[in-house]
Structures are given as structure tokens and as C-alpha cells.
Design a protein. Structure first.
Length: 100
């Protein structure tokens, strides 16, 4: 069974980063998704794609996957880069710089 371990990015619809500290383990799809003939909804015969396991650290998620014998891939942690700026920097005059 294949799994994916990653740390989700911050939700673009929210300003806080409250739930972005946990690592997730998701199972990868075993079967293809297809539209259902009656309603047209997208469905899959694999119900494990609905399961998302949360862990406090990457090591805990890796230990869980190894104990179950899963093949897994680890996504990189996206760290936030903050450039310190003051409010005055929004209004400073910067002359056009020629291309070098």
C-alpha cells in the first residue's frame, strides 16, 4: 500500500496558521476515479482515499508507516519566509533601475 506524508500549507482563506503544524498521512489512490452513471458524481471503489491521519511530527508519521509496511513518500516542509518591512516602505520612492 502506498502513502504520502506531508505537512499541509496554510489555508489561503484563513489568516491564521493554527492547523498547519501537524503532519498528515494520506493513502494514494489504488483505483481510478470515475463519474457515477446515475448522478454524475466522481466516485472511486477505494475508500481509503477518504482517510487522513494526523501526527504531531514527521518522525511519528514515518514510524507509523514503517510499522504497517507502507511504501511512502515524504513531502518537504514549507517554511514561511518573512521579509521585515516597515509601513513606510510601502510609500518610498524607488527610481527605475535599468536592466543589467
Amino acid at each position: 500500500m502506498k502513502a504520502k506524508i506531508f505537512k499541509p500549507a496554510k489555508n489561503a482563506m484563513q489568516s491564521g496558521r493554527g492547523h498547519a503544524t501537524q503532519w498528515l498521512l494520506e493513502y494514494e489512490l489504488e483505483t481510478a476515479r470515475r463519474p457515477e452513471p446515475l448522478m454524475g458524481w466522481t466516485s472511486s471503489r477505494d475508500t481509503l482515499n477518504q482517510v487522513r491521519l494526523k501526527f504531531e511530527s514527521k518522525e511519528a508519521a514515518v514510524a507509523f508507516a514503517e510499522s504497517r509496511g507502507f511504501d511512502f513518500t515524504i513531502g518537504e516542509d514549507h517554511t514561511r519566509i518573512v521579509k521585515p518591512r516597515s509601513y513606510l516602505d510601502n510609500f518610498k520612492y524607488r527610481p527605475f533601475e535599468e536592466e543589467k
